[in-house]
Write a protein that binds this ligand. Structure first.
Ligand code: BV8
Length: 254
């Protein structure tokens, strides 16, 4: 059904100019990757403060690695969904200026072929030396499922390796955060599939509005950001984004 709000937003997307899309766990929900705070959310059985922190890791690296190994196996068996594919298509269009800023660490945006992607919180598919040893690179890719040794070791110093993700209480990579802040200088800012609870990522929405962007939220539920955006579209990313894509650019990209 072509709703007026969708039509108007599609026209704005088609009009060109800088567009930024901030994504959260909700865009991977349709791929079967649990969100963090939803009904079946990961945090429900694993409260963040127990696992996604350096303290939790140092206290029980085996337990934290068990959680990440479980998530890696789950994501490895998942496929990018229509939401990822539409955003990848938009990011590749020569006639569009679209940047994707993600909080997700599943790399499904990468597997969907997204270019101009900013990963704020790192990747499940990269490791780092927990000791930050001098001989190891800051991070290195490791796509193996299952990991041959648990918990994995740093190949350079033999110490523990950690997931190269940003834990609570850790700063975001300075370059990624700077790129994300730069991306708030846009005409249209879409927040898709995020509860807008985790900072500084959630703050990007208000920053975009302050920079004059028309801000839109796409989410089946009301969130912390819903009251502060120009347009809150109730819906699932894998449904709404293909609708907008067809309205904006004609043929369904799927
Ligand atoms: C930092 C990687 C400086 C690990 C993650 C300011 C105010 C308040 C708190 C703070 C603040 N500044 C800093 C903090 C503390 C903290 C924080 O934000 N705490 C919150 C929880 C209160 N932030 C930090 O610690 C950050 N670091 O600021 O550094 C510093 C340094 C020292 C001391 C203090 C500060 C680091 C944050 C990064 C944490 N790492 N992930 C891992 O994944 O294992 S965060 C984690 O949450 C994921 O990355 C996830 O992406 C992210 C955000 O969650 P969402 O993506 O929004 O997912 P969620 O489940 O919450 O929501 C899903 C949404 O999708 C829902 O709304 C649902 O309705 C919707 N949905 C469901 N299905 C669909 C859908 N939408 C569309 N379609 C669907 N089909």
């Amino acid at each position: 059904m072509k709703e007026p709000q969708h039509e108007a937003l599609a026209a704005a997307i088609r009009a060109g100019g800088a567009i930024t899309v901030l994504t959260g766990a909700g865009v991977s929900a349709a791929s079967g990757v649990p969100t963090f705070r939803g009904q079946d959310g990961l945090w429900r059985s694993f409260p963040a403060e127990q696992l996604a922190t350096a303290e939790a890791f140092d206290q029980d690296p085996a337990l934290v690695w068990e959680w990440y190994a479980w998530r890696r196996a789950l994501v490895a068996a998942a496929q990018p969904n229509a939401a990822h594919r539409v955003l990848a298509d938009w990011s590749c269009r020569p006639d569009a200026d679209v940047r994707i800023v993600t909080q997700n660490v599943d790399d499904l945006h990468v597997r969907a072929g997204t270019v101009r992607l900013v990963r704020l919180h790192g990747s499940l598919w990269e490791l780092a030396c927990r000791n930050r040893c001098a001989t190891a690179p800051p991070t290195w890719p490791d796509l193996r499922v299952p990991l041959p040794v648990m918990p994995p070791r740093c190949p350079h110093c033999g110490g523990l390796a950690r997931p190269a993700v940003v834990w609570f209480g850790e700063s975001l990579p300075a370059d990624a955060l700077a790129d994300a802040i730069d991306a708030t200088r846009c005409r249209l800012f879409l927040a898709v599939g995020t509860s807008a609870l985790v900072h500084p990522a959630a703050g990007l929405i208000g920053m975009a509005r302050e920079h004059g962007a028309f801000t839109v939220e796409i989410n089946p539920e009301t969130t912390a950001a819903s009251g502060g955006v120009d347009l809150a579209l109730t819906g699932r990313a894998e449904v709404v984004l293909p609708q907008l894509d067809e309205l904006a650019f004609g043929l369904p990209s799927d």
